[in-house]
Write a protein that binds this ligand. Structure first.
Ligand code: ATP
Ligand code: MG
Length: 432
């Protein structure tokens, strides 16, 4: 191996064609699912000013403290960051373009996110999210709708065994009341705390409940519950979300330790979790973030949203045995001879005019080697044009895969009837 060969960065994967085709189909399923709930796409920059994330996500969070790819723009000295999540940029855009002033918005985006984490199964430094945000809705109905959307997508993707965990973070004033009690409890067990937790004890104690350190789990389990500090309004909001879930027959578990890794959440928070991916089992997470729009300088507006990890979901589909195979073209065009090749090029375009996917042989070679490539391509048909066919204005149509009881032999057809013949045969094939 050439020592000078440059490799991709650790934790940032190439997605090769077999996988990428599967991702395309995943994206199509996701887009049509989002359309069915009236969500509209928004496309956002991958690089944003660093202060956006510090303000939105919170200074004392894993992401801002240690996971952001931040750098100085060498041309103008600006502090920039590769987006670690999408909500901050989406809210920035909504404020900047005054979107919510006109009407509430249901928005979604898909794409790369960047976090400097330790790469392992289900955890990468470049990964992909589908993010879903609803802005301008205050009531529990939208929280419940967003949660139930998840259940429908799992179904659309052929996934089962994804469990719903639910909690409420109440409002900032309620959290403040809980905070004192939580700090006192954690201080009493100060010797059990790890370095992160000790550092966060006074800056962001709630975050300690989110720790994944196994040594802390027992301590976390016994901690005072935020749920016990909530007022009537917060409790009513939470009860209403649960009621809609029960009405829909959606099982859930209330997890009082579910606090989410970002500061901007309030009231409803939720995660969809599977036990089939090892430690990285959360495939979707979100909740309400009513304070964020104002915190980023917009007119106060309630909001809630969630994000899904695409790598974790596609892995899950694969492990559940879901269809992930590639999608071959319909026709491979084989041709030899000057006149034949010119006709073949026109035939290929005319087939594409009719919606048929065509791989046109490039690079010359004899019929035999071209036919081998046609077979290997996975195409359903070869269209063969030699000088003989060309002089008659015809092509030979050869099915490459046995099709049930249907006649399987090669036949010659006038080039202007070729598309119809292929479409008819494909329909027979789909009926068979
Ligand atoms: P975790 O607790 O696993 O670190 P998180 O709370 O940091 O997740 P969110 O910020 O809520 O994750 O992101 C939403 C979803 O994006 C996660 O549930 C997960 O499916 C996915 N995700 C987050 N970080 C990564 C990563 N580094 N690699 C792959 N997927 C990720
Ligand atoms: Mg994380």
């Amino acid at each position: 191996m050439n020592a000078n060969r440059i490799q991709s960065l650790r934790g940032m994967s190439d997605i090769l064609p077999d996988e990428a085709e599967f991702w395309d189909r995943f994206d199509e399923t996701v887009r049509s699912w989002l359309r069915s709930y009236g969500y509209r796409p928004i496309r956002l920059p991958i690089v944003e000013p660093t202060p956006l994330f510090k303000r939105a996500i919170g200074e004392v969070t894993d992401i801002v403290e240690k996971e952001m790819y931040s750098f100085v723009d060498s041309l103008n000295g600006e502090q920039l960051t590769l987006r670690p999540e999408g909500t901050a940029g989406c809210v920035r855009a909504v404020i900047q373009h005054n979107l919510v002033a006109q009407q509430p918005q249901r928005l979604y985006y898909m794409g790369q996110m960047f976090r400097h984490e330790r790469p392992q199964k289900g955890r990468y430094r470049q990964f992909h999210q589908v993010g879903v945000e609803a802005l301008g809705f205050a009531g529990p109905d939208i929280d419940a709708e967003q949660i139930l959307m998840g259940a429908r997508l799992w179904d659309d993707l052929g996934l089962d065994g994804i469990a719903l965990q639910l909690n409420t973070l109440g409002q900032p004033a309620e959290r403040a009341r809980h905070r004192g009690e939580l700090i006192a409890y954690l201080e009493r067990h100060g010797d059990l705390l790890d370095e992160d937790s000790r550092r966060r004890l006074h800056s962001n104690p709630l975050r300690i409940l989110d720790s994944k350190n196994p040594a802390l789990q027992e301590l976390i389990h016994g901690a005072p519950r935020l749920l016990d500090h909530l007022g009537d309004e917060s409790l009513a909001h939470f009860a209403s979300v649960q009621q809609v879930l029960r009405d829909a027959g959606q099982p859930f578990e209330i997890n009082p330790r579910l606090v989410r890794g970002l500061d901007y959440y309030n009231l409803t928070v939720f995660e969809w979790v599977t036990d089939r991916l090892g430690a990285q089992g959360t495939v979707c997470a979100g909740g309400r973030y009513d304070g964020l729009v104002e915190q980023l300088g917009g007119k106060p507006s309630p909001a809630c949203g969630f994000a899904m990890g695409v790598e974790r979901l596609t892995t899950l589909i694969r492990e559940a045995g879901g269809a992930t195979g590639s999608q071959p073209v319909d026709v491979y065009v084989v041709h030899q001879g000057v006149a034949a090749s010119r006709l073949a090029a026109r035939v290929a375009e005319s087939l594409r005019d009719r919606g048929i996917d065509v791989l046109f042989h490039c690079g010359g070679g004899g019929f035999k080697s071209q036919m081998k490539k046609a077979d290997a391509s996975g195409a359903a048909f070869a269209v063969i044009i030699g000088d003989d066919e060309a002089s008659a204005g015809e092509a030979s149509l050869k099915p490459l895969r046995p099709v049930g009881e249907l006649p399987n032999e090669q036949r010659r057809i006038g080039v202007d009837r070729l598309a119809d013949a292929i479409i008819d045969a494909t329909m027979d094939w789909e009926d068979a």
